[in-house]
Design a binder for this molecule. Structure first.
Ligand SMILES: Cc1cc2nc3c(=O)[nH]c(=O)nc-3n(C[C@H](O)[C@H](O)[C@H](O)COP(=O)(O)OP(=O)(O)OC[C@H]3O[C@@H](n4cnc5c(N)ncnc54)[C@H](O)[C@@H]3O)c2cc1C
Length: 266
């Protein structure tokens, strides 16, 4: 049995609007020793925390976010929040937009499962804006001689961000928003733009280590079959999951994931 993840209280120290669609919030731990204990052992670049939102009725809602640049000595981290919809949808997006220095929030974690494998010949990092922070962290952890691709889907060119990468890792941006699997079926075979962009990449020789995270339908129903079946990427070399699902809150999305897992293991 794994130990329950610790709770850590954070204070907002700064906010920065990266684009119209993304806000970076910087935090400092209220108790740096507790923070160091929680974050000290984490070696994953996709490490994430669960933000805890307490409803007026005592109901607790959790929202999952990538913890960027956790600094164990300083007791600090940053989170890049997608501002989705008109900025007023959901809990976490609007909270981040309104966050001001001094605000407090409790987080649980970190969790995580991926770090770029040094034994791979090349790396494929693909995702949408929700996956971008984890892609940013993976790129920062790659050695200077790493090779591969980072492909990020954003709504349009105004949502692109500076994204430092090793010289051998080509960064490309895909525009137009996520096309869902349902929309894809309706549009008689039109592929999601992220899949099309990944499919168009010249496939490199050797062993790939792939990290693919974003809207669940696109990632699990379009990119996953492409990578596993068409490209025959071994499961162990593919980190892939939905980070959110169109039309569902995180709670409703978790139910969908549980159903999908039950079907797949049946
Ligand atoms: C491991 C992991 C790491 C993640 N890291 C990040 C991160 O670093 N930054 C980040 O922004 N997100 C990240 N996400 C995704 C984030 O948890 C979800 O987007 C979450 O649903 C946002 O919560 P909310 O309260 O704003 O919206 P919710 O209340 O969950 O949803 C309200 C509505 O908004 C829609 N919605 C939710 N997210 C998006 C989106 N990204 N784009 C468009 N519509 C959306 C939903 O479909 C729903 O209709 C991560 C998810 C996972 C599992």
């Amino acid at each position: 049995m794994t130990a329950p993840k610790p709770f850590t209280e954070l204070t907002v120290t700064a906010t920065e609007r990266l684009t119209d669609g993304m806000v970076r919030v910087r935090f400092a731990a209220v108790d740096p020793a507790a923070f160091a204990e929680a974050f000290g052992g984490s070696r994953f670049t996709d490490r994430y925390v669960k933000l805890v939102f307490e409803g007026a009725d005592g109901h607790r809602a959790l929202r999952t976010y990538t913890a960027l640049e956790p600094d164990v000595d300083a007791g600090t981290l940053a989170i890049d929040f997608v501002v989705h919809g008109a900025g007023d949808e959901g809990l976490a997006g609007p909270w981040a937009l309104a966050a001001r220095p001094g605000d407090r929030i409790t987080v649980r974690g970190p969790g995580g499962a991926y770090a770029p494998n040094a034994a791979a010949d090349w790396h494929l990092l693909a995702g949408d804006e929700a996956g971008l922070p984890a892609i940013r962290a993976a790129l920062a952890a790659l050695p200077a001689d790493a090779r591969g691709y980072a492909v990020v889907e954003v709504r349009d060119a105004s949502h692109e961000q500076p994204l430092p990468a090793p010289a051998g890792v080509a960064v490309s941006w895909v525009h137009g928003g996520t096309t869902t699997h349902e929309a894809m079926a309706d549009a008689s075979g039109q592929e999601p733009s992220l899949l099309r962009a990944v499919r168009d990449l010249p496939w490199l020789p050797g062993r790939v280590h792939a990290f693919v995270h974003g809207e669940a339908q696109v990632v699990m129903h379009a990119l996953r079959p492409y990578l596993l079946r068409e490209r025959e990427v071994p499961r162990a070399d593919l980190s892939i999951s939905g980070y959110w699902r169109r039309g569902r809150t995180e709670e409703a999305f978790r139910e969908w994931k549980a159903q999908l897992a039950a079907v797949e293991t049946a």
